[in-house]
Design a protein around this ligand. Structure first.
Ligand code: C5P
Length: 235
C-alpha cells in the first residue's frame, strides 16, 4: 500500500494517500535529524518506537476527551490518520526552562515555569522556525484570534494530561511541541507526540530521555527511546 510515492516527505515521516479519502497513511521512518536538518542519521527501529509512543499518547488523549488526527495503527511504524490541512505554527508548552528558552532569555536551565509558558514558532526550516506572535498569525491569515485561544487552551489541557502520565513513569515533562491542522470546520491535533518532540528528564538524575541525547551526544539514543517506550506503553 505504501509503495507509491509519498505526497509529503518530512524529516522523519512520510505521508501517503489512502484508498479512503478521509484517511492518510503516515510512515515513521528511522531518520533522525537535529538543528533544522544540519545533523542527520538513521537509527534502526527508531521509527517504531516513536510510532508506538505517539499512538499510545494519542489514544490516551482521546480517552481523556482530546481528539486528534489519529485513527489507528496499521503496522508497527504505520499510522492511519485523518487528513489535515496543517497550520505552520509549532505550539510549544514549557514546564521547565530548557533548550531555546534558556539560550534566548535569561532563564536558568531547570527553573520551573508555573504557570507553564506557551511559545508559538513559525514552522519554516529556511527561516529557522522563528518565534511568531498572535498578531502575526492573524495577519498571515493562519488562524483567527479565537482559534489561537482555542489551540492554546487545548495545548494546556494536553499538558496537564501528559504531565500526569509521564510523572507516573518517573519522568518530568520539561517541554513539548504540538502541531495542529484543519479537518473540515475543526482544528485537530496532528503530527506526533514522541521522544523527538518532547523533552523528558529523569526525575531523580535529571538525565535527558529524549532527542537531546541525539542532539548533544549524551549517550545511547536507541536505548533511551526504547526505555521510554517500554515504561510508557509496557511494550
Ligand atoms: O528547541 P526548543 O527548546 O525550542 O524546543 C522545545 C521543545 O519542542 C523540545 O521538546 C523540542 O524537542 C520540541 N521541538 C520540536 N520540533 C521543533 C522545535 C522544537 O519537536 N522544530
Amino acid at each position: 500500500m505504501t509503495e507509491q510515492e509519498p505526497i509529503y516527505r518530512g524529516k522523519a515521516k512520510s505521508v501517503f494517500r489512502s484508498d479512503n479519502p478521509d484517511e492518510l497513511i503516515v510512515k515513521f521512518r528511522d531518520d533522525i535529524t537535529a538543528f533544522d536538518g544540519a545533523k542527520k542519521d538513521e537509527l534502526a527501529e527508531k521509527g517504531i518506537y516513536n510510532a508506538r509512543v505517539s499512538a499510545y499518547l494519542f489514544e490516551y488523549l482521546r480517552a481523556n476527551g482530546v481528539p486528534s488526527h489519529f485513527v489507528r495503527m496499521e503496522d508497527e511504524r504505520t499510522m492511519i490518520v485523518r487528513p489535515l490541512k496543517m497550520i505552520p505554527v509549532e505550539v510549544i508548552v514549557r514546564n521547565i526552562a530548557a533548550g531555546s528558552l534558556v539560550r534566548n532569555y535569561p532563564f536558568e536551565e531547570g527553573a520551573p515555569l508555573d504557570p507553564p509558558v506557551i511559545v508559538l514558532d513559525y514552522k519554516d526550516d529556511t527561516r529557522h522556525d522563528p518565534m511568531i506572535n498572535e498578531e502575526i498569525i492573524v495577519a498571515l491569515g493562519l488562524m483567527t484570534a479565537d482559534e489561537i485561544a482555542g489551540v492554546k487552551q487545548t495545548a494546556l489541557r494536553i499538558n496537564d494530561l501528559l504531565r500526569e502520565r509521564i510523572d507516573e513513569i518517573g519522568l518530568d515533562l520539561v517541554d513539548f511541541k504540538l502541531e495542529f491542522g484543519r479537518h473540515g470546520d475543526e482544528i485537530l491535533l496532528g503530527d506526533e507526540i514522541s521522544m523527538d518532540s518532547m523533552r523528558l528528564w529523569d526525575k531523580k538524575t535529571r538525565t535527558s530521555m529524549d532527542k537531546d541525547v541525539y542532539r548533544f551526544d549524551k549517550g545511547d539514543v536507541m536505548a533511551t527511546y526504547a526505555a521510554v517506550a517500554e515504561r510508557l506503553t509496557g511494550a
